[in-house]
Write a protein that binds this ligand. Sequence first.
Ligand SMILES: *[C@@H]1O[C@H](CO)[C@@H](O)[C@H](O)[C@H]1NC(C)=O
Ligand SMILES: *[C@@H]1O[C@H](CO)[C@@H](O)[C@H](O)[C@H]1NC(C)=O
Ligand SMILES: *[C@@H]1O[C@H](CO)[C@@H](O)[C@H](O)[C@H]1NC(C)=O
Length: 329
Amino acid sequence: MGESAALVKSCLALLFTFTLIVFSSALPGDRINSRRKIREVNRRGPYIGLVTVFATGSFRPDPKYPFIHLAGRRFRIGEVRGRKVVYVRCGMGMMNAVAATQQMLDVFDIQGIIHFGIAGNTNNSMSIGDVTIPKQVAHTGIWDWVNPNSTVDPADVAQLDIGSYSAPKGSGINLLGHIGNNKEQFYSVSGEPNVGERLLWAKITPHWLQLASSLEGMKLQQCVNSSLCLPEKPKVVVGLRASTANIFVDNAAYRDFLFQQFGVSSADMESAAVVMTSLSNGFPVIVIRGLSDLAGNQQGDNAWSKFGSLAASNSATAVLGFISKLPQN
Ligand SMILES: *[C@@H]1O[C@H](CO)[C@@H](O)[C@H](O)[C@H]1NC(C)=O
Ligand SMILES: *[C@@H]1O[C@H](CO)[C@@H](O)[C@H](O)[C@H]1NC(C)=O
Ligand SMILES: *[C@@H]1O[C@H](CO)[C@@H](O)[C@H](O)[C@H]1NC(C)=O
């Protein structure tokens, strides 16, 4: 259930905009052909790289080369708000996010990466429909899993004792023991070559975050339709913290753990991967996520099925706003 929910959630908004654009079925067959196209596309660069699980409504495909297929992904070439973009739907999870981002940066003439999508809300002062543009993002899924009578590595940044989550609290030991949250190994063009630096918080590019701060107060969509509205006007909030793991969080206790231990306001499955990959390669990056659900803190069904499209649309609106703020090159 969680897994299929996650899959549908990731693919959700894809449906609504991809139907807007109908592409010819002619596929670039061989690599040589792709290389020629890539050379020609890059001559007209640089582009803003969009890495997403869904697409923006105002995308205008390039008339000559609307897309190039690489490793099974469709890299679309076109314009958004008059700015040249290459965008790719990476697919769910960190592995997909890294692969698509690295390929985008290696192949195309890119200025920087805007990553967007929807996320679970882990902060009670935020609401469904809000858009978060975090200042930093952690990979919170690197676990050291140890036995009940062992202790987790003191260097770990958080500890989750599985036995203490029994209800009612029992006296028996829980054989699943403890898990300790370890740090990422971060390689980068600005670091020492061949040395992975231990990293928890990957920081969004400061001057892009600064540009984004003027998006606070922008108007967002409040109603899904005439009968389903959010109780309050949704808002853009810049400068919080975000978490990423290959975990679809739909569990109140785990949500609480993430907020308490890491002070994160959102949980998703791709952001940290896109950010770390972009920073590794020395490119500016920003994350723009619409909050679609309460990550398990709800009564009844997860809200993303109702509000996922609205959250996606609000994040796309903020992306368009951000693109308009980027200086023309
Ligand atoms: C852990 O503690 C239990 C109970 O005290 C003991 O039976 C077991 O051998 C211990 N396991 C390890 C790996 O030390
Ligand atoms: C939770 O969200 C509120 C409202 O945006 C914000 O002021 C607060 O700093 C957030 N909490 C944390 C721990 O980031
Ligand atoms: C509004 O959207 C909700 C959730 O998708 C749906 O259940 C409801 O039927 C819709 N109402 C109208 C009037 O379209």
